[in-house]
Design a protein. Structure first.
Lengths: 126, 234
Protein backbone atom coordinates (compact mmCIF):
# COMPACT_ATOMS: atom_id res chain seq x y z
CA UNK A 1 0.00 0.00 0.00
CA UNK A 2 2.71 2.38 1.04
CA UNK A 3 4.79 1.40 -1.94
CA UNK A 4 1.88 2.10 -4.24
CA UNK A 5 1.38 5.55 -2.77
CA UNK A 6 5.08 6.18 -3.21
CA UNK A 7 4.72 5.33 -6.87
CA UNK A 8 1.90 7.77 -7.29
CA UNK A 9 4.06 10.46 -5.80
CA UNK A 10 6.58 10.21 -8.65
CA UNK A 11 4.55 12.27 -11.20
CA UNK A 12 3.85 14.87 -8.53
CA UNK A 13 7.57 15.13 -7.78
CA UNK A 14 8.15 15.54 -11.51
CA UNK A 15 5.60 18.32 -11.64
CA UNK A 16 7.24 20.01 -8.66
CA UNK A 17 10.68 19.81 -10.27
CA UNK A 18 9.22 21.24 -13.47
CA UNK A 19 7.67 24.15 -11.60
CA UNK A 20 10.94 24.84 -9.80
CA UNK A 21 12.82 24.68 -13.10
CA UNK A 22 10.36 27.13 -14.59
CA UNK A 23 10.83 29.52 -11.71
CA UNK A 24 14.57 29.35 -11.26
CA UNK A 25 15.99 28.45 -14.65
CA UNK A 26 16.34 31.60 -16.66
CA UNK A 27 15.84 29.90 -19.99
CA UNK A 28 14.72 32.28 -22.66
CA UNK A 29 12.56 30.72 -25.31
CA UNK A 30 12.79 32.89 -28.44
CA UNK A 31 9.93 35.36 -28.51
CA UNK A 32 8.68 34.05 -31.83
CA UNK A 33 7.90 30.75 -30.10
CA UNK A 34 6.15 32.19 -27.07
CA UNK A 35 2.84 32.38 -28.92
CA UNK A 36 2.82 28.59 -29.19
CA UNK A 37 3.38 27.80 -25.52
CA UNK A 38 -0.26 28.22 -24.43
CA UNK A 39 -1.44 25.72 -27.04
CA UNK A 40 1.38 23.39 -26.09
CA UNK A 41 0.32 23.65 -22.45
CA UNK A 42 -3.23 22.75 -23.39
CA UNK A 43 -2.03 19.77 -25.39
CA UNK A 44 0.17 18.65 -22.52
CA UNK A 45 -2.65 19.04 -20.01
CA UNK A 46 -4.88 16.96 -22.25
CA UNK A 47 -2.26 14.22 -22.43
CA UNK A 48 -1.75 14.24 -18.67
CA UNK A 49 -5.46 13.98 -18.01
CA UNK A 50 -5.68 11.21 -20.60
CA UNK A 51 -2.82 9.43 -18.90
CA UNK A 52 -4.42 9.79 -15.48
CA UNK A 53 -7.66 8.38 -16.81
CA UNK A 54 -5.90 5.49 -18.48
CA UNK A 55 -4.01 4.62 -15.35
CA UNK A 56 -7.23 4.70 -13.31
CA UNK A 57 -8.79 2.40 -15.89
CA UNK A 58 -5.65 0.26 -15.62
CA UNK A 59 -5.06 0.63 -19.34
CA UNK A 60 -2.03 2.86 -19.06
CA UNK A 61 0.67 2.29 -21.67
CA UNK A 62 3.72 4.50 -21.31
CA UNK A 63 4.66 4.33 -25.01
CA UNK A 64 1.23 5.44 -26.12
CA UNK A 65 1.25 8.11 -23.44
CA UNK A 66 4.62 9.62 -24.36
CA UNK A 67 4.05 9.46 -28.10
CA UNK A 68 0.60 10.97 -27.59
CA UNK A 69 2.06 13.76 -25.50
CA UNK A 70 4.64 14.81 -28.04
CA UNK A 71 2.49 14.31 -31.13
CA UNK A 72 -0.30 16.32 -29.51
CA UNK A 73 2.08 19.18 -28.81
CA UNK A 74 3.59 19.03 -32.28
CA UNK A 75 0.18 18.93 -33.95
CA UNK A 76 -1.15 21.78 -31.83
CA UNK A 77 1.88 23.95 -32.54
CA UNK A 78 1.82 23.01 -36.21
CA UNK A 79 -1.83 23.98 -36.48
CA UNK A 80 -1.18 27.27 -34.74
CA UNK A 81 1.75 27.98 -37.02
CA UNK A 82 -0.30 27.13 -40.09
CA UNK A 83 -3.09 29.36 -38.83
CA UNK A 84 -0.64 32.19 -38.24
CA UNK A 85 0.78 31.94 -41.73
CA UNK A 86 -2.62 31.67 -43.38
CA UNK A 87 -4.16 34.28 -41.09
CA UNK A 88 -6.89 31.84 -40.09
CA UNK A 89 -7.36 31.18 -36.37
CA UNK A 90 -6.92 27.41 -36.66
CA UNK A 91 -5.48 27.33 -33.14
CA UNK A 92 -9.10 27.69 -32.00
CA UNK A 93 -9.67 24.15 -33.26
CA UNK A 94 -6.87 22.90 -31.05
CA UNK A 95 -8.17 24.89 -28.08
CA UNK A 96 -11.72 23.63 -28.50
CA UNK A 97 -10.78 20.00 -29.08
CA UNK A 98 -8.28 19.82 -26.26
CA UNK A 99 -10.62 21.70 -23.98
CA UNK A 100 -13.54 19.39 -24.59
CA UNK A 101 -11.31 16.34 -24.23
CA UNK A 102 -10.02 17.74 -20.96
CA UNK A 103 -13.56 17.97 -19.64
CA UNK A 104 -14.44 14.50 -20.93
CA UNK A 105 -11.41 12.95 -19.33
CA UNK A 106 -12.05 14.79 -16.12
CA UNK A 107 -15.65 13.56 -16.04
CA UNK A 108 -14.53 9.97 -16.53
CA UNK A 109 -11.84 10.31 -13.87
CA UNK A 110 -14.43 11.70 -11.47
CA UNK A 111 -16.78 8.82 -12.14
CA UNK A 112 -14.08 6.22 -11.63
CA UNK A 113 -13.01 7.79 -8.36
CA UNK A 114 -16.59 8.08 -7.16
CA UNK A 115 -17.26 4.44 -7.99
CA UNK A 116 -14.16 3.39 -6.14
CA UNK A 117 -15.18 5.40 -3.11
CA UNK A 118 -18.66 3.91 -3.21
CA UNK A 119 -17.40 0.36 -3.41
CA UNK A 120 -15.10 1.08 -0.49
CA UNK A 121 -18.00 2.43 1.54
CA UNK A 122 -20.02 -0.64 0.75
CA UNK A 123 -17.16 -2.89 1.83
CA UNK A 124 -16.97 -1.05 5.13
CA UNK A 125 -20.70 -1.32 5.70
CA UNK A 126 -20.59 -5.00 5.05
CA UNK B 1 9.16 -2.57 -13.05
CA UNK B 2 6.71 -1.74 -15.76
CA UNK B 3 4.72 0.30 -13.31
CA UNK B 4 7.81 2.26 -12.29
CA UNK B 5 8.60 2.94 -15.92
CA UNK B 6 5.13 4.25 -16.58
CA UNK B 7 5.27 6.38 -13.45
CA UNK B 8 8.61 7.78 -14.52
CA UNK B 9 7.27 8.66 -17.96
CA UNK B 10 4.29 10.35 -16.35
CA UNK B 11 6.68 12.21 -14.06
CA UNK B 12 8.75 13.31 -17.03
CA UNK B 13 5.69 14.64 -18.83
CA UNK B 14 4.55 16.38 -15.67
CA UNK B 15 7.99 17.95 -15.42
CA UNK B 16 7.68 19.39 -18.90
CA UNK B 17 4.13 20.51 -18.21
CA UNK B 18 5.12 22.18 -14.95
CA UNK B 19 8.00 23.93 -16.64
CA UNK B 20 5.82 25.21 -19.46
CA UNK B 21 3.09 26.44 -17.14
CA UNK B 22 5.46 28.31 -14.85
CA UNK B 23 7.35 29.69 -17.80
CA UNK B 24 4.16 30.99 -19.35
CA UNK B 25 3.09 32.41 -16.01
CA UNK B 26 6.39 34.19 -15.60
CA UNK B 27 6.31 35.57 -19.13
CA UNK B 28 2.76 36.86 -18.98
CA UNK B 29 3.39 38.60 -15.69
CA UNK B 30 6.76 40.06 -16.55
CA UNK B 31 5.29 41.80 -19.55
CA UNK B 32 3.96 45.29 -19.02
CA UNK B 33 0.65 45.01 -17.25
CA UNK B 34 -2.38 45.54 -19.37
CA UNK B 35 -3.74 49.04 -18.92
CA UNK B 36 -7.48 49.42 -18.92
CA UNK B 37 -9.31 52.36 -20.40
CA UNK B 38 -9.69 54.14 -17.08
CA UNK B 39 -5.95 54.19 -16.60
CA UNK B 40 -5.54 55.46 -20.14
CA UNK B 41 -7.86 58.41 -19.55
CA UNK B 42 -5.99 59.13 -16.32
CA UNK B 43 -2.75 59.06 -18.19
CA UNK B 44 -4.13 61.34 -20.87
CA UNK B 45 -5.20 63.82 -18.19
CA UNK B 46 -1.81 63.65 -16.55
CA UNK B 47 -0.17 64.12 -19.88
CA UNK B 48 -2.20 67.25 -20.51
CA UNK B 49 -1.42 68.66 -17.07
CA UNK B 50 2.26 67.98 -17.56
CA UNK B 51 2.16 69.58 -20.99
CA UNK B 52 0.62 72.72 -19.49
CA UNK B 53 3.20 72.72 -16.76
CA UNK B 54 5.93 72.37 -19.30
CA UNK B 55 4.63 75.31 -21.27
CA UNK B 56 4.44 77.44 -18.15
CA UNK B 57 7.94 76.45 -17.15
CA UNK B 58 9.20 77.18 -20.63
CA UNK B 59 7.68 80.65 -20.35
CA UNK B 60 9.39 81.13 -17.01
CA UNK B 61 12.70 80.03 -18.47
CA UNK B 62 12.35 82.64 -21.18
CA UNK B 63 11.38 85.27 -18.62
CA UNK B 64 14.41 84.55 -16.49
CA UNK B 65 16.58 84.46 -19.55
CA UNK B 66 15.47 87.97 -20.50
CA UNK B 67 16.17 89.08 -16.94
CA UNK B 68 19.68 87.68 -17.22
CA UNK B 69 20.13 89.54 -20.47
CA UNK B 70 19.01 92.77 -18.82
CA UNK B 71 21.36 92.28 -15.91
CA UNK B 72 24.22 91.57 -18.26
CA UNK B 73 23.43 94.70 -20.22
CA UNK B 74 23.22 96.86 -17.12
CA UNK B 75 26.55 95.54 -15.90
CA UNK B 76 28.28 96.31 -19.17
CA UNK B 77 27.18 99.93 -19.36
CA UNK B 78 30.11 102.28 -18.92
CA UNK B 79 32.81 99.67 -18.64
CA UNK B 80 34.78 98.97 -21.79
CA UNK B 81 36.52 95.79 -20.67
CA UNK B 82 33.29 94.23 -19.48
CA UNK B 83 31.60 95.27 -22.69
CA UNK B 84 34.24 93.48 -24.71
CA UNK B 85 33.85 90.40 -22.57
CA UNK B 86 30.12 90.57 -23.07
CA UNK B 87 30.58 90.78 -26.82
CA UNK B 88 32.85 87.77 -26.73
CA UNK B 89 30.31 85.90 -24.65
CA UNK B 90 27.55 86.76 -27.10
CA UNK B 91 29.63 85.57 -30.01
CA UNK B 92 30.37 82.31 -28.27
CA UNK B 93 26.72 81.90 -27.48
CA UNK B 94 25.75 82.38 -31.10
CA UNK B 95 28.41 79.85 -32.04
CA UNK B 96 27.15 77.26 -29.59
CA UNK B 97 23.47 77.97 -30.14
CA UNK B 98 22.76 79.44 -26.74
CA UNK B 99 21.33 82.69 -28.09
CA UNK B 100 18.22 83.41 -30.06
CA UNK B 101 19.32 84.55 -33.50
CA UNK B 102 17.47 86.16 -36.36
CA UNK B 103 18.22 87.04 -39.92
CA UNK B 104 17.43 86.10 -43.46
CA UNK B 105 17.23 82.51 -44.51
CA UNK B 106 14.84 79.80 -45.64
CA UNK B 107 12.13 77.71 -44.11
CA UNK B 108 11.72 74.15 -45.34
CA UNK B 109 8.55 72.32 -44.45
CA UNK B 110 8.47 68.58 -45.00
CA UNK B 111 5.59 66.24 -44.39
CA UNK B 112 4.91 62.64 -45.36
CA UNK B 113 2.88 62.21 -48.54
CA UNK B 114 -0.57 60.76 -48.06
CA UNK B 115 -0.29 57.84 -50.33
CA UNK B 116 -3.67 56.62 -51.45
CA UNK B 117 -2.26 53.96 -53.70
CA UNK B 118 -0.34 52.21 -50.96
CA UNK B 119 -2.12 51.41 -47.76
CA UNK B 120 0.97 51.68 -45.59
CA UNK B 121 1.40 54.90 -43.69
CA UNK B 122 4.17 57.14 -44.91
CA UNK B 123 6.47 58.75 -42.44
CA UNK B 124 9.43 61.07 -42.20
CA UNK B 125 12.62 59.32 -41.19
CA UNK B 126 15.34 60.78 -39.03
CA UNK B 127 17.76 60.33 -41.90
CA UNK B 128 15.60 62.58 -44.11
CA UNK B 129 15.99 65.42 -41.62
CA UNK B 130 19.68 64.70 -41.17
CA UNK B 131 20.23 64.78 -44.93
CA UNK B 132 18.51 68.13 -45.22
CA UNK B 133 20.52 69.57 -42.33
CA UNK B 134 23.72 68.27 -43.85
CA UNK B 135 22.83 69.95 -47.12
CA UNK B 136 21.98 73.20 -45.32
CA UNK B 137 25.27 73.14 -43.45
CA UNK B 138 27.20 72.53 -46.63
CA UNK B 139 25.57 75.57 -48.19
CA UNK B 140 26.56 77.80 -45.34
CA UNK B 141 23.69 77.81 -42.90
CA UNK B 142 24.67 79.66 -39.74
CA UNK B 143 21.86 78.52 -37.49
CA UNK B 144 19.37 75.70 -37.93
CA UNK B 145 16.34 74.62 -36.00
CA UNK B 146 13.91 71.78 -36.51
CA UNK B 147 10.45 72.41 -35.05
CA UNK B 148 12.02 75.14 -32.90
CA UNK B 149 14.64 72.72 -31.60
CA UNK B 150 17.98 74.40 -32.14
CA UNK B 151 20.50 72.29 -33.99
CA UNK B 152 23.76 72.42 -32.04
CA UNK B 153 26.93 70.36 -31.92
CA UNK B 154 25.37 67.85 -29.58
CA UNK B 155 21.94 67.61 -31.14
CA UNK B 156 20.78 64.08 -31.79
CA UNK B 157 18.15 63.29 -34.37
CA UNK B 158 17.05 59.72 -34.21
CA UNK B 159 14.09 57.44 -34.36
CA UNK B 160 13.08 56.27 -30.92
CA UNK B 161 10.15 53.91 -31.00
CA UNK B 162 7.24 55.59 -32.73
CA UNK B 163 8.82 59.03 -32.49
CA UNK B 164 11.64 61.06 -33.86
CA UNK B 165 13.68 62.47 -31.02
CA UNK B 166 15.34 65.81 -31.53
CA UNK B 167 17.19 67.27 -28.55
CA UNK B 168 15.33 64.73 -26.38
CA UNK B 169 11.99 66.15 -27.54
CA UNK B 170 9.69 63.70 -29.25
CA UNK B 171 7.97 64.45 -32.54
CA UNK B 172 5.58 62.29 -34.45
CA UNK B 173 7.06 61.14 -37.77
CA UNK B 174 3.63 61.53 -39.38
CA UNK B 175 3.51 65.26 -38.69
CA UNK B 176 5.19 67.99 -40.62
CA UNK B 177 8.64 69.18 -39.71
CA UNK B 178 9.60 72.82 -40.05
CA UNK B 179 13.29 73.31 -40.64
CA UNK B 180 14.52 76.87 -40.36
CA UNK B 181 17.95 77.92 -41.47
CA UNK B 182 19.65 81.29 -41.35
CA UNK B 183 22.13 82.05 -44.09
CA UNK B 184 22.21 83.38 -47.65
CA UNK B 185 18.68 82.51 -48.81
CA UNK B 186 19.52 82.06 -52.48
CA UNK B 187 22.46 79.75 -51.76
CA UNK B 188 20.45 77.78 -49.23
CA UNK B 189 17.55 77.48 -51.62
CA UNK B 190 19.90 76.59 -54.44
CA UNK B 191 20.98 73.48 -52.61
CA UNK B 192 17.45 72.15 -53.03
CA UNK B 193 17.00 73.27 -56.59
CA UNK B 194 19.77 71.28 -58.16
CA UNK B 195 18.52 68.35 -60.20
CA UNK B 196 18.72 65.16 -58.18
CA UNK B 197 18.84 66.87 -54.80
CA UNK B 198 17.71 65.00 -51.71
CA UNK B 199 14.25 66.49 -51.56
CA UNK B 200 13.65 65.67 -55.19
CA UNK B 201 14.92 62.13 -54.68
CA UNK B 202 12.39 61.53 -51.94
CA UNK B 203 9.56 63.50 -53.50
CA UNK B 204 7.39 60.37 -53.75
CA UNK B 205 7.52 59.93 -49.99
CA UNK B 206 7.90 63.44 -48.68
CA UNK B 207 6.12 66.60 -49.70
CA UNK B 208 8.10 69.77 -49.21
CA UNK B 209 7.87 73.52 -49.52
CA UNK B 210 10.74 75.97 -49.44
CA UNK B 211 10.20 79.59 -48.50
CA UNK B 212 12.73 82.36 -48.53
CA UNK B 213 12.33 84.83 -45.73
CA UNK B 214 14.04 88.01 -44.65
CA UNK B 215 13.29 87.63 -41.03
CA UNK B 216 13.68 84.22 -39.50
CA UNK B 217 13.92 83.86 -35.78
CA UNK B 218 15.65 80.80 -34.44
CA UNK B 219 15.31 80.11 -30.75
CA UNK B 220 18.25 79.14 -28.62
CA UNK B 221 19.04 75.69 -27.36
CA UNK B 222 16.98 75.55 -24.21
CA UNK B 223 18.36 72.55 -22.38
CA UNK B 224 21.31 72.23 -20.10
CA UNK B 225 24.58 71.18 -21.63
CA UNK B 226 26.87 69.30 -19.30
CA UNK B 227 30.46 68.45 -19.99
CA UNK B 228 31.36 65.62 -17.66
CA UNK B 229 34.30 64.08 -19.43
CA UNK B 230 35.61 66.62 -21.90
CA UNK B 231 38.04 69.01 -20.25
CA UNK B 232 39.77 71.83 -22.07
CA UNK B 233 43.14 70.63 -23.35
CA UNK B 234 46.30 72.64 -23.48
Amino acid sequence: MLNQEGDEMVPLIGLLIGVLLGIFLKIDIPTSFTAYIPVAILAALDSVFGGARASLEKKFDSDIFISGFFSNIVLAIGLTYLGDTLNVPIYLAAVVVFGSRLFNNFAIIRRIILEKLRSKMKEREE
Amino acid sequence: MKKLKSQLSLAFICLILGFMITYQYRISYSKTKIVDTRQISDLVKQNEILKKQKEELDLKVREYQSKIDEIEKSVTIGNEAVEKLKNELDNLRVLSGLNDVEGQGIVITISPVDNVKNNYINQVYATDILDIINELNSSGAEAISINEERYIARTQIREAGAYIKINETKFSPQDKFVIKAIGDPSILEGAFKMPGNILEQNADRIAYTIEKSDNIKILKYNKKIDFKYAKPGR
